[in-house]
Ligand binder design. Structure first.
Ligand code: NDP
Ligand code: OXD
Length: 280
């Protein structure tokens, strides 16, 4: 564990999560940094991170299945009206609601990487129509494919439930805005598991008030922890969780990072190398 008051170690390998800038300012002999998470956006915000330091991220390590569970829970709760049954129970009401038509709940997953592909295939297995959007436009079998900026509007137009699993980069910041959410089908539902800065929170509130968006399940926020007094805390249309869609699993994480370190030390290719150009 690194402490700001310890002498410089001249370490050659860093294993980090929420690293302070001072680590990179002081340890100038690093040859590689292993990130204990999939998202590297926080690391890239550090001014002292050397521009040429190789960064390796965690790949899945037990997180993708949790992301799929989270998305399935939120989607099924909204589409099968379990939120309404919860409200009915509190009021002592026994009232079956009309059956749902899955065709009326087309799902669109932003990001078709390790997390997004797993989310998409899990929801397609529940017979929801599922599409994926990514830079390359590649999707697993059975998932309708949309790619690049030209593919975004048609992807949004066929989507009612928008699920975000993108990495945060300059290209994806603020992507879920008034303009993009307005292109979703009416009664839209937003599930954000990527990063808080993907979503323009005031725009979501505006569209909830206007009725175009019917609800949201949010795991990540522009400011974390979500500040006391933030409107999401008491908004019945919004379900929040404290950045736990996928928790890092100790055993899987240690095993994966150890094997990546061994590969690095042997001079072999290390999977999960982050591209500085793409930002993920
Ligand atoms: P990957 O790198 O495997 O996948 C990223 C996907 O996003 C790829 O499909 C990529 O497209 C797509 N993408 C990136 N930039 C763009 C863009 N500008 N336009 C269109 N598509 C783009 O990442 P992971 O799936 O492993 O992780 C994704 C993110 O999930 C993490 O960065 C993190 O923010 C978040 N996360 C959140 C957790 C939580 O608990 N809330 C837990 C774990 C991760 P292409 O395939 O063409 O390269
Ligand atoms: C991650 C996260 O990026 O937990 O791994 O958010």
């Amino acid at each position: 564990m690194w402490h700001a008051d310890q002498p410089v170690q001249d370490a050659d390998i860093a294993v980090v999560w929420n690293a302070p800038d001072a680590l990179f300012a002081r340890e100038r002999k690093l040859r590689v940094a292993f990130n204990l998470g999939a998202g590297v956006d926080a690391l890239f915000r550090l001014p002292s991170l050397p521009a040429d330091l190789p960064i390796v991220r965690l790949e899945d390590a037990g997180m993708a299945v949790q992301m799929a569970e989270y998305a399935a829970h939120a989607l099924v709760r909204a589409s099968r009206q379990f939120d309404q049954y919860e409200a009915q129970q509190r009021e002592g009401v026994w009232q079956p609601l009309p059956e749902i038509d899955r065709a009326a709940w087309p799902v669109g997953v932003l990001g078709m990487g390790v997390m997004g592909a797993r989310v998409a295939t899990a929801l397609a297995a529940l017979d929801y129509p599922v599409a994926g959007w990514s830079r390359s436009g590649k999707t697993p079998d059975g998932i309708e494919a949309f790619g690049g900026s030209a593919g975004l509007s048609p992807f949004l137009a066929r989507t009612r439930v928008l699920i975000n699993t993108l990495p945060l980069t300059p290209d994806t910041r603020d992507l879920i805005s008034f303009e993009t959410m307005l292109q979703l089908q009416s009664g839209a539902y937003i599930i954000n598991m990527g990063r808080g800065a993907h979503l323009v929170e005031e725009d979501l509130i505006t569209l909830l008030d206007q009725g175009h968006v019917s609800g949201a399940t949010l795991d990540v926020f522009r400011e974390e922890p979500l500040p006391a007094g933030h409107p999401f805390w008491n908004d019945k249309r919004v379900t929040i969780t404290p950045h736990v869609a996928a928790l890092s699993l100790r055993r899987e994480t240690i095993a994966q990072v150890a094997s990546k370190i061994r590969a690095f030390q042997r001079g072999e290719p290390v999977s999960g190398m982050v591209s500085r150009d793409r930002g993920y």
